[in-house]
Write a protein that binds this ligand. Sequence first.
Ligand code: MLT
Length: 385
Amino acid sequence: MSEVLFEITKENLETGLRGYPVGYCTTSYVDPEKGLYYVGTRVSELTHHEPLEVVYLLMHGRQGSKEEVRAFERDLTLRSALSDDLLAAINHLPRKGHPMKLFSAALLLCGMMEGRGDYREDCLDLIAKVPHIAAAVINRHAGWGSTPKPNPELGYMENFVQLLNLKPKVDRIKLVQVLKLFNILHYDHGGGNLSTFVGKAIASGLEDMYGSIAGAMCALEGPRHGRANQDCLHFVQTVLQEVGESASEAAVEALLRSRLASNQLIFGFGHAVLRVEDPRATSFYDFLKAHYPDHPYTHIALLLRAVGPKVLKENPKISDPYPNVDAVSGSLLFAAGFTHPEYFTLLFGMSRCIGIARQIVYERNEARGGKGCPIVRPKYFYKAP
Ligand code: MLT
């Protein structure tokens, strides 16, 4: 008799598949009490690595030696070039709408113009090309002029930052450090987060890698998923405006209580799986405190971290009253000089598409002894309108 993993009752219907086991994820796992693990290693133990060392881990299921990672980097460099035609097409995208829409469109264009129709090859190409695609999209959307020539040998995030036509007053060395942390912490979050699930579902119909990732990025754009980082920064700004730079815990507590009393949203708390502070948020708080202790957003983010759980715990219906990754990631990006919240979700997407692409390779080429998973086709009961 096979093991029963999950009993489905009527109460489980129309709950967003919450907790339903669907399959296996070989890259990462989210423990409700301990948070995110990449291939068995707690993500907090990987934050001091170089981004491509962590990508190597996700791709190969083990950490690489120095030589192996160097060889991996060289291979990615060879795969990284974008054709002039693709760059021209990105530079003709309409600038109206959220930048994530341009990012999804650019990924589709990349698939049409440079896709190979092989999941594993396209996964590696995508990892190599995505910093340039993301930078070209941001420069286009922001009207920052043409994107400089890439130089992947500088390093994965170093290259991305030099591709952005940011104002020169930004401390680029510090920004690279922050973006490395941001990139690493957003690669993957188990198999069932919305964008990953959607990307794998699209690929299950044998849509190619780029189309599947473009669809996943549309899923990520939603404010309940990736766009929450943009909204959370806005919330921190609103709180700062209302309570001022030298606010006390009591003032923030009063503000949260009054928002709750008037049915207004409180951003940056709670997660579908986690039942503790998101360890990705903990890493961001630590960095913020160490590097930007006097920034006004640091002060507000820390006050919200202290007061939010206390207030939210009073409501027994709230199963996770703790800060999530989005509570603080935007404050850190902003403090580091990336003062453009409309691109925060794109930074999330540039990172997350790596985990999704790797999971698609697993589901298409490796799962079930190499046969791959079948097309996604869940059951819906008929209900008369
Ligand atoms: C994520 O990183 O994808 C978010 O925390 C959402 C999730 O895991 O469901």
